[in-house]
Design a protein. Structure first.
Ligand code: FES
Ligand code: FES
Lengths: 163, 777
C-alpha cells in the first residue's frame, strides 16, 4: 500500500538498490526488507535506544527515520560491526566477557551507541560511559555489566591501537 | 552428585562463571526473537480494536467497513470464537475479546488480520462500536468500599491479634500505599501462530508459560490440548509480565490464524502493550500494631488491598504471597493479615518479580519504621528485636517453621563490612550541617519464601538425549528470558555427565518435548528444571555406567565419569566412545527426567502449611540524598549481601541481583503509573513512564554473594533461587528516602511518603513534615 521510491544506500559495506515504501521507517526497512533483524524495536518512538544504528558513523534511532532519508547514506548495523564473520569487534568481546547482557534485546543498541562514543572518547571515565548510554534502556542488567564491558572495551581498543 | 574435585576438570560445570549461552549471538545481532523469525509468505499481521471506555455495554459493532478494506483477511469478535472465550489461569470467565461488556480502557473488542500491520491498524480504526457508558470503579478505595472483589478475601490468622494489640504497652495504627509497575520488558508481547494440518496450531509465543499458552489456545479454538504446540527459544525480558498475559496475545493470534488458515503475527506496539496488558498490583495497607518497650511486636492487624483490575488473573496468588510476606524477617506472635483483591475498571494486574512479596514487605517495613518513630528509637534496633529466632519465635503466621534462618548473620556481616554505625553517624552529622540537602540511610533485611505457594505447581520435566558422537541434546520446561536459566541447566547436565558444556545443545522450550509444565516463575526455574534435567542425565549416565562395567569387566561401582572420560581402574573410554558402545549394546541413550519439590504443603482453607521449601535471605544498606526544595533525590551508595546457597553460576547470579535491585528501585522511586479520572493510563510509553537509566544506579554499588552458604535443603547442587529475592533489597532505598524526609522534621514525625517516592512525592512529604514540625515556611 502507498507510494514507493527507489533508494540506493550502503549497509554494512554492501550497496543496495531498493524500492521502498515512502512511509517505511529505516528500522522496518532494515529488519523486513534486508532481513537484518539484529536492530531491535523496543518503543518505536525514539526513547529506548534499542534500534540505534550508525548513520555515516553517527548513532541514530532507526525507528525515527524513514528509509528514504537513508538514500545515499552509509549505514552500519549490529551485524556490521565485527571485522568478519568469524571474528568479533573488541566491544563485542568485552560485552560477552563482562556479562554485559541478559535477555539481549537492548544489546545491539548499546553496542552501536558505544562504537560511536568510544571513537570520540577512547579513554572515558565510568561517569562518561553512563552518560553515553543514558539514552539506552536496559530492563535486565542494572547496567553494571554494560558499563564494565564498555570500560574494558575502551582499554582493549586502546591496546589494539598501540596506545 | 559429583564431588568438587571432579567439577574442576570439565569446562562449564556447576559453580563456575559460565557466560550466557546466547552471549555471542546477542552481541552479533544473530539471536532470533520471535519478531526476527523469517516471515513465511502469506504471513498476516494482527491489530486490535480497543475499548475507549473503562466500563460500558457494547450496544452494537459495525465491522463492514473494516472487512471491506483491501488486504484485510479477518475481522473477528467474541462471537467468532469456535471454542470457549476464556483464558483464566486460576478462575474462569476471562475472555480474550470483550463479550458485550468492556471493563477497562484498552479492553480488546475485535482482532484484525491483514497483509500488513498498517492495513490492520487502518481497519481497526474503521470498526464502529456503539457503547452505553456505565460508571467505572477505578480505585482500590472505591472497590473496597463496595466490597467488590475479583475473588474472595483471603485471611491469615494466628493467635488473638486484637488481644495482642490491646494488651501491649504501646499501640499505633496507620496507612501506607505502594504503586504498581509496568514490566517494561524491552521486547513487547508477541505471538506468531502457524496453522498446521487438521486445524492443529503451532504457536511461537513470547511466554514464561508455554503450557498455559497451549491450554489457552486449545480452549479458544475448541481443540484438545494435543492439537496445539507452543515453542519459545527466548524472550526479550519477562519479569512475570509474560506468565499469564502472553496467553491472551497467543490465543488472539491463533484465533486469527485458525480463521484465515494463514500464519498470523500479533505484536503489540509498546504503548498498546502498556495499555492492554497487566502490571504489578498497587496496594493499600492499613495496620494496627501493639508492641513492648523494645519495639517487639505483640499483636498486629494488617489489611492488604490490591488493585486486581477487571478480572482475577493471578491476583489471588499474588495476594497470598503478599500475605505470606507481611512478616518479612519478623516473628508476629498474634497476627491477622487479611487481603482483598479489588475489582476495578482498569487493566487486570498480574505477576511481577516478587509476586506480592515486595508489596507485603512495604507494609511490615512501614510498621517497623512507625514503631521506631513512636518509641524514639532506632529502627534497626526494632528490626533486631523482631527477627525470627529459635525456640518459640521460629514459626511464621502461616505455620511454617523457619529452620534455615540466617538473617542476623547476614545483617551483622553486612553491617561490619560497611561500618554501618559510622555511616549512620556520618549521615546524622551531614544533616546537622545542611539545611537544604538531607541524607537518609536505611537497612533492609529480606527473607523470601521459595516455591510456588500452590504445591501442585512445584514440578518440572526434562528431556535429555545423548547421541552416538557423545553430543547431548537438552530440553526442559523452563523458559529463557535473559535470566540465564538455560545455561544453568546446561551446567547441571555437563556436571552430571562430566563433559564440557560445549557438548550440551540447549534447545527451545516446546510443549511437544516436555509437557504439562509450570510457568518459569517464582524464582524456581533452576531449582525445578535443574533437578529434572539432573534426573534425566543421571538415568542415562547410570545406564552408560552399566555398559562400561560390562565392557571393562569391572563392578559398576568402579566406573567413574571424570573430565570427559569414563574410567575403570587403569582403563578409560571417551564419553563419545562410550555413547557409541552403549548404542551398540542396544541400551537407550534418551531419558525424561522429573522433579517435584518434596516436603511442601498448603491448606487453602486455613491458609496454613509449609508452602516454601526454603527461604532465601539478603540484606542491603542504601544511602540517599534529597533536595528539600525540589524533592529531587539520588541514591549515593548501596551495599548488598545476598544468599545464593552454593551458586550454580556466580556471574549470572550477580547480574540477577544487580538487575533486580535496580528494577526494585525503579518501582519504589521513579516508575509512576498514572491513570486519569476516566481510567485511562496516561503513562503508557517510555517518554512518560520512567524506568531506571544508567545514571540512576547508585554510583557506589557493591554487591556480594554470601560465601560458604550451601542450601540446607538438598536442592540442585545446594544452590538457591535468585530471580526475585534481591528486588526487595531495593526497599532500603525507599526506607532511606523516608529517613531523609524524617530528618527534616528532626525525626519527630513519621513521614507521609508512599511508594513510588518520586521527586514530587518527596517534595510533598517534606512540606507535610515541615508543617507538622511547625517550622514550615
Ligand atoms: S525503538 Fe527506536 S528508540 Fe526505541
Ligand atoms: S539485557 Fe534485557 S534489556 Fe538489556
Amino acid at each position: 500500500m502507498g507510494e514507493s521510491r527507489k533508494i540506493s544506500l550502503s549497509v554494512n559495506g554492501k550497496t543496495y538498490e531498493e524500492e521502498v515504501e515512502v512511509r517505511f521507517t529505516l528500522a522496518d526497512f532494515l529488519r523486513q526488507q534486508l532481513g537484518l533483524t539484529g536492530t531491535h524495536l523496543g518503543c518505536e518512538h525514539g526513547v529506548c535506544g534499542a534500534c540505534t544504528i550508525l548513520l555515516n558513523g553517527r548513532s541514530a534511532r532507526s525507528c525515527l527515520m524513514l528509509a528514504v532519508q537513508a538514500d545515499g547514506q552509509e549505514i552500519t548495523t549490529i551485524e556490521g560491526i565485527a571485522p568478519s564473520e568469524d571474528e568479533m569487534h573488541p566491544l563485542q568481546e568485552a560485552f560477552r566477557d563482562n556479562h554485559g547482557l541478559q535477555c539481549g534485546f537492548c544489546t545491539p543498541g548499546m553496542l552501536t551507541t558505544l562504537i560511536e562514543f568510544l571513537g570520540d572518547n577512547p579513554d572515558p571515565t565510568e561517569q562518561e560511559v553512563r552518560e553515553a548510554i543514558s539514552g539506552n534502556l536496559c530492563r535486565c542488567t542494572g547496567y553494571q555489566g554494560i558499563v564494565a564491558a564498555a570500560l574494558d572495551a575502551a582499554q582493549r581498543l586502546r591496546e589494539a591501537n598501540g596506545a | 552428585m559429583s564431588t568438587a574435585r571432579q567439577m574442576d576438570q570439565i569446562k562449564g560445570g556447576v559453580h563456575t562463571d559460565v557466560r550466557h549461552d546466547s552471549a555471542v549471538n546477542h552481541v552479533t545481532g544473530r539471536s532470533v526473537f520471535i519478531d526476527d523469525m523469517p516471515n513465511v509468505p502469506g504471513t498476516l499481521h494482527g491489530a486490535l480494536v480497543k475499548s475507549p471506555h473503562a466500563h460500558a455495554v457494547i450496544k452494537s459493532i459495525d465491522l463492514n467497513a473494516a472487512r471491506e478494506l483491501t488486504g484485510v483477511h479477518a475481522v473477528l469478535v467474541a462471537d467468532d470464537i469456535p471454542g470457549r472465550n476464556d483464558v483464566a489461569p486460576i478462575f474462569e470467565d476471562e475472555p480474550i475479546l470483550a463479550k458485550g461488556l468492556v471493563e477497562y480502557i484498552g479492553h480488546p473488542i475485535a482482532a484484525i488480520a491483514a497483509d500488513s500491520m498498517d492495513i490492520a491498524r487502518a481497519a481497526a480504526s474503521m470498526v464502529v462500536v456503539e457503547y452505553e457508558e456505565l460508571e467505572p470503579v477505578l480505585t482500590i478505595d472505591e472497590a473496597l468500599e463496595r466490597e467488590s472483589y475479583t475473588s474472595p478475601p483471603q485471611i491469615m490468622r494466628r493467635g488473638d491479634s486484637a488481644r495482642g494489640i490491646s494488651d501491649a504497652p504501646h499501640q499505633i495504627s496507620g496507612e501506607v500505599r505502594c504503586g504498581g509497575q509496568d514490566h517494561f520488558y524491552l521486547e513487547s508481547h508477541i505471538a506468531l501462530a502457524v496453522p498446521q494440518e487438521d486445524r492443529d496450531m503451532l504457536v511461537y509465543s513470547s511466554t514464561q508459560h508455554p503450557t498455559e499458552v497451549q491450554h489457552g489456545v486449545a480452549t479458544v479454538l475448541g481443540l484438545p490440548v494435543n492439537a496445539v504446540t507452543t515453542e519459545i527459544r527466548r524472550m526479550g525480558g519477562g519479569f512475570g509480565g509474560k506468565e499469564s498475559q502472553s496467553t491472551i496475545i497467543a490465543a488472539l493470534a491463533a484465533l486469527m490464524a485458525d480463521k484465515t488458515r494463514q500464519p498470523v503475527k500479533l505484536r503489540l506496539a509498546r504503548d498498546d502493550d502498556m495499555v492492554i496488558t497487566g502490571k504489578r498490583h498497587d496496594f493499600l495497607f492499613r495496620y494496627e500494631v501493639g508492641f513492648d518497650d523494645t519495639g517487639r511486636i505483640e499483636g498486629i492487624d494488617i489489611l492488604m488491598a490490591s488493585r486486581a483490575g477487571n478480572v482475577a488473573d493471578l491476583s489471588s496468588s499474588v495476594l497470598v504471597r503478599a500475605l505470606c510476606h507481611g512478616d518479612n524477617a519478623y516473628y508476629l506472635p498474634n497476627a491477622h493479615i487479611h487481603g482483598y483483591p479489588c475489582k476495578t475498571n482498569t487493566v487486570s494486574n498480574t505477576g511481577f518479580r516478587g509476586f506480592g512479596g515486595p508489596q507485603g514487605m512495604v507494609a511490615i517495613e512501614t510498621v517497623i519504621d512507625h514503631i521506631a518513630q513512636d518509641l524514639g528509637t532506632d529502627s534497626d534496633d526494632v528490626r533486631r528485636a523482631n527477627y525470627y529466632d529459635t525456640g518459640d519465635r521460629d514459626t511464621t503466621h502461616y505455620g511454617q517453621k523457619v529452620t534455615d534462618n540466617i538473617i542476623t548473620e547476614i545483617v551483622d556481616s553486612l553491617s561490619r563490612e560497611i561500618d554501618y554505625p559510622a555511616r549512620k553517624a556520618a549521615v546524622a552529622a551531614f544533616n546537622q550541617e545542611n539545611t537544604i540537602l538531607k541524607k537518609g540511610i536505611a537497612l533492609m533485611p529480606v527473607k523470601f519464601g521459595i516455591s510456588f505457594n500452590l504445591p501442585t505447581l512445584n514440578q518440572a520435566g526434562a528431556l535429555v538425549h545423548v547421541y552416538t558422537d557423545g553430543s547431548v541434546h537438552l530440553n526442559h520446561g523452563g523458559t529463557e528470558m535473559g535470566q540465564g536459566l538455560y545455561i544453568k541447566v546446561a551446567q547441571v547436565v555437563a556436571s552430571t555427565f562430566q563433559i564440557d558444556i560445549d557438548n550440551v545443545k540447549i534447545s527451545s522450550t516446546n510443549t511437544a518435548k516436555v509437557p504439562n509444565t509450570s510457568a518459569t516463575a517464582a524464582s524456581s526455574g533452576s531449582d525445578l528444571n535443574g533437578m529434572a534435567a539432573h534426573d534425566a542425565a543421571t538415568q542415562i549416565r547410570d545406564r552408560m555406567a552399566g555398559v562400561a562395567a560390562e565392557h571393562f569387566e569391572v563392578d559398576e561401582s568402579e566406573i567413574e565419569f571424570r573430565n570427559n572420560r569414563i574410567y575403570a581402574r587403569n582403563d578409560s573410554l571417551s564419553f563419545a566412545e562410550l555413547a557409541q558402545l552403549t548404542w551398540e549394546h542396544r541400551v537407550s541413550l534418551s531419558a525424561t527426567g522429573f522433579y517435584s519439590t518434596p516436603d511442601i504443603s498448603w491448606d487453602d482453607e486455613t491458609m496454613t502449611g509449609r508452602p516454601f521449601y526454603y527461604f532465601s535471605y539478603g540484606a542491603c544498606v542504601s544511602e540517599v540524598v534529597i533536595d528539600t526544595l525540589t524533592g529531587e533525590n539520588r541514591v549515593l551508595r548501596s551495599d548488598i549481601l545476598q544468599d545464593c546457597g552454593r551458586s550454580l553460576n556466580p556471574a549470572i547470579d550477580l547480574g540477577q541481583i544487580e538487575g533486580a535491585f535496580v528494577q526494585g528501585m525503579g518501582w519504589l522511586t521513579m516508575e509512576e503509573l498514572w491513570w486519569d479520572e476516566k481510567g485511562a493510563l496516561r503513562t503508557h510509553g517510555p517518554s512518560t513512564y520512567k524506568i531506571p537509566g544508567s545514571r540512576d544506579v547508585p554510583p557506589e554499588f557493591n554487591v556480594h554473594i554470601l560465601e560458604d552458604a550451601p542450601n540446607r535443603e538438598p536442592t540442585i547442587f545446594r544452590s538457591k533461587a535468585i530471580g526475585e529475592p534481591p528486588l526487595m533489597l531495593a526497599l532500603s532505598v525507599w526506607l532511606a528516602l523516608r529517613d531523609a524526609v524524617a530528618s527534616v522534621g528532626g525525626h519527630g514525625h513519621l513521614p507521609n511518603l508512599d511508594a513510588p517516592a518520586t521527586a514530587e512525592a518527596v517534595l510533598m512529604a517534606v512540606a507535610d513534615i515541615q508543617e507538622r514540625a511547625g517550622d514550615g515556611t
